[in-house]
Write a protein that binds this ligand. Structure first.
Ligand code: ZN
Length: 130
């Protein structure tokens, strides 16, 4: 996985306990979380941030201002690590939103668009790289 800001390969950080997206959905009131792998970069924009094994970014209190990051790196909705699962999903969803208005013959436009988007992005599905 690579840093979405400077494109350097992320390195392993210290293991941390944090709530990931699936905890948040499945068990939002949990108080304890297992120790998890983190990945970090030493560039200016990654200050006080880390990525999880899926490529999702977690920003700390001292990290770069979010609006400023979106202004500087506007291409994506979230700053998932490059070549990660989260980046792949972000690409699928972005493409799905783009093609959905053209699914005029499909009964369920959104799921038809999702299937088409997944078909197009399947060849570039990332492998687990840790
Ligand atoms: Zn970086």
């Amino acid at each position: 996985m690579k840093c979405p800001f400077c494109k350097k390969t992320l390195v392993r950080g210290e293991k941390k306990r944090f709530e990931n997206l699936s905890d948040h959905v499945e068990n939002p009131n949990a108080e304890n979380h297992p120790l998890r792998l983190t990945f970090v970069c030493d560039c200016e924009y990654s200050k006080d941030s880390f990525w999880d094994g899926q490529g999702g970014i977690y920003s700390g209190r001292n990290s770069y201002d979010h609006r400023e990051l979106y202004r500087l790196f506007p291409s994506k909705n979230c700053h998932a690590a490059i070549d990660s699962w989260d980046e792949w999903m972000d690409n699928v969803f972005t493409f799905q939103r783009k093609i959905e208005p053209f699914m005029i013959f499909a009964k369920y436009k959104s799921s038809a668009a999702y299937r088409v988007a997944k078909f197009f992005f399947n060849p570039s599905k990332p492998k687990n790289n840790f």
